[in-house]
Ligand binder design. Structure first.
Ligand code: DGY
Length: 437
């Protein structure tokens, strides 16, 4: 039996590829080229899974053009490269790699904090440039780390690991801000006190950003936030580019609104804002917070486990949109509607009506093409039907349309004819739900 085909988008550990090869037909990228979006789409044709590294953009338009794709497995914990709403609507599972990098990333957060507050890079450059001719009492005098106040924005697993390092290792007072307040026992374990964001920014000597990127967290730190921080404060970003307004940060650093910054991530990376490059009071590293060999290997292996888990065993380890799995046998899932248009009842109803009129005409097309054996047109109808069905939450119709589309693309006429009947039966199943207001 042939193995399912998958794509690995970047160069990765050989033993990781070897393990994938036991289960899949693997297309790799041995020269580690950066593929354009069109090239990625082209290479994804016929692939049911993709191993991604956190930067490949899985968008609605890509999903539309890659009808066979069933799972995208990021080897990173961050997944802002996934349009998860579109993936859920298309019935494509997303997975990420949490936990395995928590302590390593927290170590790096602290390394960057120490390097920034104690001016490690700046002083090293001075020494290497041959400028160190004598000791002086105020040479590269930095900010105190032990006993100071550490403010953490984003108190997930990594934020908590940083808090423990600060509280237990450096005797710091730890304050945090998070979308939701942690349970009292977790706060106690991390010795962390909840503050509103502005209060945290005014109070902290060092501000560490560990918040995941989303449109809601875009520019969590901009000019207004920088303006209320202490002039002696440091700002550390190990979260994602776009959490900080890098242009505003460069101005704040130049004008001395804050003392210094340590950045591992950037807006538009690998490009770095040119104004940051010319400043000496910023430590810049190339997105390496999780970069130790054992951790990167563990991240990659977890991504592999997720591909095998979903495509072979039907049990991914760390799914991001598990509703895709649950939805397989569901006739109707209102969560898909909510994902598309929120819980606005009127918008949901409009979407259902549009779907109903769109699908009714497609069903008759389907019958016509099915009878005439025009499999290419039938596949196109099935594809549109699948996307529309997923968007409104008509899960069974979406699932059967997907099988129909796959059958047509493999030119399997007998299977396609059976599936056409199943599609129209599934359509009648969902009608009662669609007509409900
Ligand atoms: C992650 O896992 O999201 C990291 O940023 C990748 O190094």
């Amino acid at each position: 039996m042939s193995k399912p085909a998958i794509l690995v988008t970047r160069s990765i550990f050989p033993d990781v590829l070897e393990r994938l090869g036991q289960y899949f037909d693997v297309e790799t990228n041995p020269l580690d080229q950066m593929w354009s979006q069109d090239e990625l789409v082209q290479r994804l044709q016929g692939k049911v899974g993709v191993f991604t590294t956190g930067v490949e953009r899985i968008t609605e338009s890509l999903l539309d053009r890659c009808p066979d794709l069933r799972v995208c497995s990021n080897m990173t914990v961050g997944y802002n490269n996934f349009d998860l709403v579109a993936m859920t609507a298309a019935g494509v599972l997303g997975t990420n790699a949490p936990d395995v990098l928590t302590e390593t990333t927290a170590d790096f957060g602290f390394a960057l904090l120490m390097a920034t507050a104690r001016r490690v890079t700046e002083s090293e450059h001075y020494l290497r440039a041959g400028k160190w001719t004598r000791w002086s009492y105020d040479m590269f005098s930095g900010s105190e780390v032990h006993g100071s106040t550490l403010g953490i924005i984003g108190m997930g697993r990594i934020g908590q690991a940083i808090a423990r390092r600060g509280a237990y290792g450096f005797g710091m007072k730890v304050v945090y801000h998070n979308r939701s307040r942690l349970a009292a026992a977790t706060e106690m374990d991390c010795k962390a006190i909840y503050l509103e964001k502005d209060e945290l920014l005014r109070t902290a000597d060092h501000v560490m950003l560990v918040v995941p990127y989303s449109p809601a967290s875009h520019h969590t730190i901009g000019a207004a936030e920088l303006a209320i921080m202490k002039p002696t404060a440091t700002l550390i970003n190990i979260a994602r580019g776009g959490i900080v307004d890098d242009a505003a940060l460069a101005i704040a650093l130049r004008q001395g609104q804050i003392a210094s910054a340590g950045l591992d991530v950037y807006e538009g990376e690998p490009s770095v804002h040119p104004d940051l490059l010319s400043l000496s009071n910023v430590v810049l590293t190339p997105h390496i917070a999780s970069a130790t060999e054992p951790t990167r290997r563990a991240m990659a292996m977890l991504a592999v486990d997720n591909l095998i888990g979903y495509l072979v065993q039907d049990k991914p380890v760390t799914p991001l949109n598990p509703q895709v799995i649950q939805d397989r046998n569901t006739v109707w899932d209102p969560r898909a509607l909510e994902l598309s248009v929120g819980d606005n009842a009127q918008a949901q109803q409009r979407l259902r009506e549009r779907f109903l009129s769109h699908v009714s005409s497609q069903i008759s097309d389907l019958m016509a093409h099915g009878a005439s054996g025009d499999l290419v047109s039938l596949a196109d109808v099935a594809h549109r039907l699948k996307s529309a069905a997923r968007t409104v939450g008509a899960m069974r119709l979406g699932e059967v349309s997907q099988s129909l589309e796959a059958a047509c693309r493999q030119l399997d006429l007998p299977k396609a004819i059976t599936l056409v009947e199943q599609v129209s039966a599934a359509f009648s199943d969902v009608l009662p739900y669609l007509r409900k207001t």
